[in-house]
Design a protein around this ligand. Sequence first.
Ligand code: ZN
Ligand code: ZN
Length: 409
Amino acid sequence: MKKSLIKKYARLIVRVGANVQKGQSVVVSCAVSQADFCALVVDECYRAGAKYVNVQWSDDKISRLKFRNESVRTLSTVLKWQEERVKWMSEELPCRIHIVSEDPDGLKGVNPAKMQKVQVNTYKVTKKYSDAMESRHQWTIAAVPGEAWAKKVFPELRKSQAVEKLWRAILETVYVTEDADPVETWEKVNADFKARCAELNKDRFEYLHYKSSNGTDFKCWLMPESKWCGGGETDLRGHFFNPNMPTIEVFTTPKKGMAEGKVVSTKPLSYRGQLIENFSFEFKGGKVVSVKAEKGQKVLEEMISSDEGAAMIGELALVPQDSPISNQNILYYETLFDENASCHIALGRGYRECVDGYENMTADELSDRGVNDSMIHVDFMIGAPDLSITGHTFDGRDVEIFRDGNFVI
Ligand code: ZN
Ligand code: ZN
């Protein structure tokens, strides 16, 4: 890929994604195989005025080796210096930039129960720090093509061709082109998001009813305070940022404990480095009561038993079938992209910023209203060409939101 376009992209991530401000600290997480791209991002951070930039390196091979060779106890131990580090982050509130490039199946063969235990144990120590950071700092997730990932998406191509093709696909989703300024395009995109959300927020829905011929027949209730969000957001310190690059979805947080029926997945899901395919969930009383998966049954079962909130819904997101990422017709095996090609639902943690007046509510108040809390937040795709969604308003009207996979309003 052309160096000039890659540079444009790095700049976009820093200026529009995280929107790094003069004097701020930045923490970047990135795979070692993407060190060159990471250096461009770090350079842009300093140009934007960052006072301190820290990079947290990762590597699939090393992670695999650690999981195979270390005990659950060792893996679960949060060492003093590691805790100090997250504590520092909760006080300093650095911008966070996550660069995704991993093989979606890179941790294949690692025992899901082991990964699960480690996550549960470490979360006990780190939860208070992540809670303290929530809604108070800018963050963004963006992707660059790793070799194994590119081969997974385009198996018929040679490695270098696959990487090049994935580069082109990724840059297209974030509007990085030769002749236009992507920063301006993102401003337009965010204006469109605002208009769409305002339209959806005119009606307050008591519940949404999803139906599709693949077996999805599902109702999910919302809170009177649930509001639709999309595109960039503003943290509690007043900094605007774009958490996902790309993004197409408009989403809200439902009322936990109130969902009934069956949802059928329409795309594979990569969770903790393992692929789950052709799966469905059955909900009763707001909770998943049964799971079926052709591939990855065990991983899914572990996932929903992570904690109490893991079997409940934290997000409903609307994405039309006819949208730029969906029309690319690429299965990325990476949620950042696939969730923007399809309507989806997330199990686990809800979004407090999707609640009217969340700025003045404590975590307990938000939970009382019905915002779900969990250590996980996992999106899975349910969009289909014949998906219909009807919203039932609090004042008793039925409003058609989606017909044949696309917005009607
Ligand atoms: Zn989403
Ligand atoms: Zn989500």
